[in-house]
Ligand binder design. Structure first.
Ligand code: AMP
Ligand code: ZN
Length: 116
């Protein structure tokens, strides 16, 4: 998508603090960090949101690829031992503001409040 902000970051048209990249994902620091470590894990391919993966022939492999990306980014950011929270906002009630699928990896502080 030409005017999607995350597609533009992935293409290098908008600067970002990139911490990781492989064939399927990039990870860069959130511009408004909600924790000492706040990194966005973003598939290189434009997928609007979590629900779009259901009808995507590569949706399952993309989620599988995430299983490699999460521990690697956690290690690179120094939170693999202390722990972290992984969040995907979906849709309006989920608080999603950028409609290119992404996962927030948050760490470096304790998240006392429980969501469930
Ligand atoms: P969400 O609300 O789940 O869609 O998350 C979007 C996130 O993208 C927010 O946490 C923003 O702070 C972050 N964000 C927006 N623009 C940029 C940017 N140019 N570079 C890094 N993070 C960004
Ligand atoms: Zn995009």
């Amino acid at each position: 998508m030409t005017d999607c902000i995350f597609c533009r970051i992935i293409r290098g048209e908008i600067p970002s603090q990139r911490v990781f990249e492989n064939e399927a994902f990039v990870a860069f620091r959130d511009i408004h960090p909600a924790a000492p470590v706040h990194v966005l894990l973003v598939p290189k391919r434009h997928v609007p949101d979590l629900l779009s993966l259901r009808d995507d022939p590569e949706g399952a492999s993309l989620m599988g690829a995430l299983a490699d990306v999460v521990p690697e980014v956690a290690r690179l950011c120094g939170v693999d031992r202390t722990g972290f929270r992984l969040v995907a906002n979906c849709g309006e009630d989920g608080g999603q503001t950028i409609f290119h699928l992404h996962f927030h990896l948050l760490g470096g502080r304790a998240f006392g409040e429980r969501l469930l």
